[in-house]
Design a protein around this ligand. Structure first.
Ligand code: FES
Length: 111
């Protein structure tokens, strides 16, 4: 199990979710009601599944592939600790993970 903490784009809401080993972060986020579209369903062709990972957690994750990096270059509001959530598969070594939803989604949805 990995304890995932999602932080809303405005930083005000936190939600903890337990996810099993082998789960894809995008699926976990969508199941928790996070506003990530994931339009291309993990084909690395959209970047609408972009999340901002806590800096300490980011360092513990396997590195992004070059294709993922290229896609992140196009993602609105990307930061140095941005990742595509469809490319993050939870493994037993990841006990906890904190991610923030990027602001653009917050604005786009007019919430
Ligand atoms: S779902 Fe499209 S890049 Fe992740």
């Amino acid at each position: 199990m990995t304890r995932i903490t999602f932080i809303s784009a405005d930083g005000e809401r936190r939600q903890d979710v337990d996810a099993p080993v082998g789960a894809v972060l995008l699926d976990v986020a969508q199941a928790a009601g996070m506003p990530l579209e994931g339009t291309c369903e993990g084909q690395m062709a959209c970047s609408t599944c972009h999340v901002i990972v806590d800096a300490a957690d980011f360092a513990r994750l396997p590195r992004a592939s070059e294709d993922e990096e290229d896609m992140l270059d196009l993602a609105a509001g990307a930061t140095r600790t941005s990742r595509l959530s469809c490319q993050i598969v939870l493994d037993a070594a990841i006990e906890s993970l904190t991610v923030r939803i990027p602001g653009e989604f917050y604005n786009m949805q007019g919430m």
